[in-house]
Design a protein around this ligand. Structure first.
Ligand code: ZN
Length: 282
């Protein structure tokens, strides 16, 4: 592959660093907001589990008062199901996600699109398109964007039938709506030899909505909760950042790490490590 991306500037501050609340899961959201802001982090992506038993509008105000920017809400999706009743339930849940995003002031809902064991990935992809189309009027009314996040193929059976940037681009092109784009997560796409072409395909149509970072540990011991901190694994993060930025992406670099190992540690220490690893390895 030819490397045509221009060199990205090294990162010198935290002004584009966003952290997903799931990354510091042991902290209640109020504590995460306070600690991120105090550490000089610029943005926050709110996971819906962190809003449990909270008033979303209140949380939104708390975030704004600290000066943090709400980058997105994670997550909607999970559209495919074997029965129509379940598919309708998923659509209602996505309507709720859009409403919650609007309440906290998040401009974007990230979609983990879903898959249903027992039906083909092709059928699931059709149901994903139908599901997104069904909630687009709600997204329009709320002014909230939707980002399809392609998931690594190891999740194809249960979590997403959209596994590559090419499939995410095809879904966006089928829906052809300015509010529908893509969340590029390095964990899911770092291995893809079509990445550069597909990032440009998305960027050319203004569909690069989000950029998530972490690292791929080798060996990985758990399919879900063994993500690495940037620099701990095998992903060439500067190359991937260069790739999206040379294509025109100017949004946040969002740290999204699910890790039993890091969750078991002191989270204040972890937050310091995140900031240091971000400046050093992204
Ligand atoms: Zn992600």
């Amino acid at each position: 592959m030819t490397e045509t991306a221009d060199a990205a500037e090294p990162l010198s501050d935290l002004s584009r660093l966003c952290i997903h609340t799931i990354t510091t899961k042991p902290w209640p959201i109020e504590e995460a907001i306070e600690k991120y802001a105090a550490a000089g982090v610029a943005g926050i992506t709110v996971w819906r589990d962190a809003l449990k038993d909270r008033d979303a509008a209140d949380i939104g105000e708390t975030i704004r008062n600290t000066g943090l920017k709400t980058v997105s809400l994670c997550r909607g999706g999970f559209f495919p199901a074997r029965t129509e009743r379940e598919r309708r339930f998923a659509i209602d849940d996505n309507r709720l996600a859009i409403e919650q995003a609007a309440s906290i002031g998040a401009p974007l809902v990230v979609l983990v699109c879903g898959a249903a064991p027992g039906q083909s990935l092709e059928v699931s992809r059709g149901q994903i398109l139908d599901g997104i189309a069904a909630v687009l009027p709600d997204a329009e009314a709320a002014g909230v964007k939707l980002a399809i996040e392609p998931l690594h193929p190891m999740y194809a059976a249960e979590r997403s039938a959209i596994n590559t940037m090419a499939q995410a681009n095809a879904a966006c092109e089928a829906l052809n709506h300015p509010l529908v784009g893509i969340a590029v997560d390095v964990y899911h796409v770092w291995w893809d030899d079509q990445l550069e072409t597909q990032v440009r395909r998305a960027a050319d149509r203004d569909r690069l909505f989000a950029f998530h970072v972490c690292d791929w540990l080798s060996p990985t011991t758990d399919l879900l909760n063994d993500r690495g901190l940037m620099g701990e694994g095998v992903i060439d993060l500067p190359r991937l950042r260069r790739l999206v930025e040379s294509a025109g992406f100017r949004g946040f670099h969002e740290v999204e790490i699910f890790s039993e190992r890091w969750w078991a540690m002191d989270q204040d220490h972890f937050l310091k490590q995140i900031a240091a690893a971000y400046l050093r390895h992204c």
